[in-house]
Design a protein around this ligand. Structure first.
Ligand code: ADE
Length: 225
């Protein structure tokens, strides 16, 4: 998988991409992540990427030309499955969408800012708009990092134990059951006996039961459909 991220703040990805799972996935060659500074595609010497809205009103709008130049250059180099704009009014990201996108080969993620992008970008250059939740971020960068993380961990070989992504919350329509580690007793707080029974079948049944109870209590909406 290859992910090309178009942003005016490439530095915002340094932390998230240089640690943990994403770092290892890149090192193993399981994913390529390329950051493109939109200002490199500006046409003037001030590297301008935004301008006043025609309608007036507050806020700058990201111009179409630098975005088009960057996307067009990438599209000349390879075929892309989706060109995704991160936006609070896109479709809300969930595990099912992450699963689908993790099967794709090449993706472009466009991070917006200010009052958004010129509408013609959305009409002509973007194939999909994704929101990571009903709240407004200062820009699409953190959302692009969240989306990238959720995709990369699903690529076969990225997680050490392949089953661990399959047992994630949401992957089977349920949240995860509780987990415990040593010590068995801490300040009188005990690990449930069943987990120490050594009986795999009973333990699996217990975990499944707990997952159902938790889902019913915390996310009843997930059981509705
Ligand atoms: N840009 C600003 N807010 C966002 C959100 N909630 N999801 C995706 N992109 C965004």
């Amino acid at each position: 998988m290859r992910i090309d991220i178009i942003t005016i703040f490439p530095g915002m990805f340094e932390g998230p991409f240089s640690e943990s799972i994403i770092k290892r996935a890149v090192q193993k060659g399981l994913v390529e992540i390329h950051l493109h500074n939109l200002r490199d595609y500006a046409t003037d010497k001030h590297r301008k990427v935004d301008d006043y809205a025609f309608s007036g009103g507050a806020g700058m709008v990201m111009m179409i030309e630098p975005i088009d130049r960057c996307i067009s250059k990438l599209k000349l180099e390879r075929l892309y499955d989706e060109v995704i704009y991160l936006s609070p009014d896109g479709v809300i990201l969930n595990q099912s969408l992450s699963n689908q996108l993790s099967l794709k080969g090449n993706l472009i993620l466009l991070c917006g800012h200010y009052k958004g992008v010129d509408e013609r970008v959305r009409e002509h250059l973007i194939t999909m708009e994704i929101s990571i939740g009903d709240y407004v971020l200062s820009g699409g960068e953190l959302a692009a990092a969240v989306l990238t993380d959720s995709l990369v961990r699903l690529i076969p070989g990225v997680l050490n134990d392949e089953t661990s992504a399959l047992s994630d919350s949401f992957q089977n329509g349920l949240v995860s059951p509780p987990a415990y580690t040593r010590p068995r007793i801490y300040k009188n707080w005990e690990v449930p006996d069943v987990l120490l029974s050594g009986d795999d079948k009973i333990i699996e049944e217990w975990k499944h039961q707990k997952a159902i109870e938790r889902t019913a209590k915390r996310r009843p909406d997930m059981l509705d459909n």
